[in-house]
Design a protein around this ligand. Structure first.
Ligand code: C2E
Ligand code: MG
Ligand code: MG
Length: 691
């Protein structure tokens, strides 16, 4: 074997053999890389990658062959047939393309090996066609056993090589094993085939062939093949770059908010985790500041969502510009932002928060209007306020929520008291959500009577929530919670439906008044809900009244007026609740078409002995008379209060003296309405008790 090897290698120029092996290695690596790239691709891309692999691989093998032939030092003069040379290139590329197509068939695991074996065959076909192009002036003999070996060796090596690449993405080690096998197959093909090739030189009388022409042709072939290889490699590199770019873009998209370009919640998590590790290792502190824009929904609702987006973009840009070295800012979603800063003491957090708050002092220009957007800001510090990153973020959020409820316009620092009250609020919100789902809520009704005749005019529906754990929770506590987290919409709908159902069954048919929150009034679907509920329950519209507070109206005057008009157009009455408790009551009365004024109970409270209260009540009653709007006095608790109100000419009243809020079933006992279906049994029982 060694003798054979020495004999064959001995007939070659070793430097050129080395070049041939290098070309072979390069060609095989590029071809298999392109083939590997085809594995995850689909459709035309998959075909394209296989084609490029075949062009590069075929060109590489072909160049190897010709450089090796240049290295071969024949004992006789030689020449090269150009047509057959080109044919051998076509065979190499076309054969490899067919092989790679077969290797990609997904029907069975055997196809890659089969394709690889075909590649080996096409290498042999290329080699022997190339040999036919190699014209030697002498007697040529072929040794059959070496010829057979020269076919079997590349077939076996290529089959295993392509099978290693397979139909899944392979790692570096497996890839280079495949390259080594392919190179071995090609090199062994050349050397065994050249061993099979024996030349006996003829007489010296034959004309000498110009060896320089052969070398020039060979070099030209090698250059062409290298260009082909280069193209294959370049396309691979371009693709890799494009992929790297798009991966980077995807990574950016995954870690940044598309609207403002700020890092998103996931990035904040990563930044917090690294800040935490650094602060712990260096024994430092860091703070998280949470910010939530106040009444941002109103901008969206009144100016439109694209104006809201503009405002967010502008504010995010301003905040980013206000950042200094080492400070980090992210958008958590909606109108929520968070910032992180490594600090020495609390004053640094306060200064940072003030700098951020300064951004909200300037109005934001959206479209043709200028909007003043403020933010509630809360902060928590590690390690003072939290053990870990999650707790820190949560506590900063609790502090921010506290700032929002307490309407603070400075940053709120987290402390245990704030944490406890905010956690209770969150629990309450969760419990309320459940209570609504499980219908654990109830309605009580409080009578509204004529102060002159004592006749019942109607009832106000008041929501009641008796929680098994927290006990009775007053509406003044849970309604604001429901307003904060959007629960007020389903809650309000539930109240309306239930009140209308109850009232529809009342005998006599008294009116029912339902309280509507400010948040509900911002919903353009509210009139449709009223209409739908009236249709469902069969309650005539004139028997329904809605009670609005001033705060509900002044947030968005034009929008509220529009919704209110639509509701009134259905035939439903609208009364102004808690009149006098707001700050521009007279203006509200002028702008909105109310059917009734409900005078706040604060004015009734001291009316018997307080001259000022009495004067105010008198003025309101006079105002009602002038505007021809009846006035109902709320919170009448004593006979004296009622006597004064009567003397002043008040039309209607409501209060504990006239009747406390009570469940619907108890109303009949106080002389109120009975449910239609209940009349017979009640009359029967009355007759039974008489008997
Ligand atoms: P409001 O609409 O002004 O309702 C009258 C409140 O005054 C009721 O308190 C009632 O129990 C209380 N009240 C009635 N007479 C007297 C009295 O003589 N003295 C005193 N001290 N209080 C009296 P409640 O039920 O606690 O409701 C408080 C507020 O919660 C209501 O004020 C209303 O603004 C809101 N609310 C109640 N139910 C609902 C509801 O279903 N939806 C909405 N959005 N708000 C509701
Ligand atoms: Mg009310
Ligand atoms: Mg009221």
């Amino acid at each position: 074997m060694i003798t054979v090897f020495n004999c064959i290698v001995g007939k070659h120029n070793l430097a050129l053999v080395f070049v041939a092996v290098l070309v072979c290695l390069f060609g095989s690596a590029v071809a298999l890389r392109l083939l590997r790239r085809a594995v995850p691709a689909a459709g035309a891309q998959r075909l394209g990658w296989r084609f490029l692999a075949a062009v590069a691989g075929g060109g590489g093998v072909w160049a190897t062959h010709f450089v090796a032939m240049l290295a071969y030092e024949p004992p006789a003069p030689t020449s090269i047939d150009p047509a057959l040379t080109i044919l051998s290139l076509v065979i190499s590329m076309a054969g490899l393309f067919a092989s790679f197509l077969v290797s990609g068939i997904r029907a069975s695991e055997a196809f890659p090996a089969l394709g690889g074996a075909m590649a080996g065959l096409s290498f042999s076909a290329m080699h022997y066609t190339g040999m036919m192009a190699y014209r030697v002036i002498g007697l040529v003999e072929w040794q059959l056993d070496y010829v057979v070996a020269s076919i079997l060796l590349p077939v076996a090596c290529s089959a295993v090589s392509v099978a290693l690449i397979g139909q899944r993405y392979v790692g570096t080690r497996r890839f280079w094993a495949a390259v080594t096998l392919l190179v071995s197959g090609i090199v062994s093909l050349h050397f065994t085939a050249m061993t099979a090739f024996r030349v006996t030189p003829m007489a010296q009388s034959f004309p000498q062939i110009d060896a320089r022409a052969v070398v020039a042709l060979g070099l030209a072939i090698a250059v062409v093949a290298l260009i082909i290889l280069g193209m294959g490699l370049a396309s691979y590199l371009i693709d890799t770059n494009v992929r790297a770019d798009s991966e980077q873009r995807l990574r950016h998209m995954a870690s940044h908010d598309p609207l403002t370009g700020l890092p998103n919640r996931a990035s904040l998590g990563e930044f917090l985790a690294s800040s935490f590790r650094e602060a712990r290792d260096r024994n430092e502190k860091f703070s998280v500041i949470c910010m939530d824009l106040n009444r941002f929904k109103e901008i969206n609702d009144t100016l439109g969502h694209s104006a809201g987006d503009d405002a967010l973009r502008i504010l995010a840009r301003r905040m980013t510009q206000s950042l200094e070295g080492g400070e980090f800012m992210a958008r958590l979603g909606g109108d929520e932002f968070a910032a992180v800063k490594r600090i020495g003491d609390r004053s640094e957090v306060a200064a940072f928060a003030d700098r951020l708050a300064g951004v909200f002092n300037r109005p934001v220009r959206v479209g043709s209007t200028e909007a003043q957007v403020k933010a509630s800001i809360g902060t928590a510090i590690w390690p003072d306020d939290a053990k870990d990153v999650d707790e820190l973020l949560n506590n900063a959020d609790l502090a921010m929520n506290h700032a929002k409820h307490a309407c603070l316009d400075t940053v709120c620092f987290y402390d245990a008291g704030i944490g406890a009250s905010e956690r209770k609020r969150r629990k309450l919100a969760e419990a309320l959500r459940q209570a609504l789902e499980l219908e654990h809520l109830d309605l009580h009704y409080q009578v509204q009577k004529s102060l002159t005749s004592g006749a019942i005019h109607g009832y106000e529906a008041l929501l009641r929530w008796n929680h098994p754990q927290f006990g009775t929770i007053p509406p003044s506590e849970f309604i604001p919670v429901a307003e904060e987290n959007g629960l007020i919409t389903p809650l309000g709908a539930w109240v309306l439906r239930r009140a209308c159902q109850d009232a529809a069954a009342w005998e006599p048919p008294y009116r029912v008044a339902v309280n509507v929150s400010a948040i509900q009034l911002m919903d353009a679907n509210l009139p449709r809900l009223f209409h739908q509920v009236l249709m469902e329950t069969g309650l005539p519209p004139h028997r329904l009244e809605l009670e609005l507070t001033e705060t509900a109206l002044i947030r968005d005057k034009a929008g509220s007026l529009h919704i209110m008009r639509q509701i009134k157009a259905l035939g439903i009455g609208v009364s102004l609740d808690d009149f006098g408790s707001g700050y521009s009551s007279l203006e509200t009365l002028r702008s909105f078409p109310f059917d009734k004024i409900k005078l706040d109970r604060a004015f009734v409270e001291g009316i018997e002995h307080d001259r000022q209260s009495r004067a105010i009540v008198r003025a309101v009653l006079a105002l009602g008379k002038c505007l021809e709007i009846p006035v109902l006095a709320e919170g009448i608790e004593t006979e004296d209060q009622m006597a004064v109100l009567r003397a002043e000419g008040c039309d209607e009243g409501q209060g504990y003296l006239l009747g406390r809020p009570a469940p619907v079933a108890d109303l009949a006992r106080e002389g109120g309405p009975i449910r239609k279906g209940d009349r017979e049994p009640q009359q029967a029982s009355a007759q039974r008790s008489k008997a």
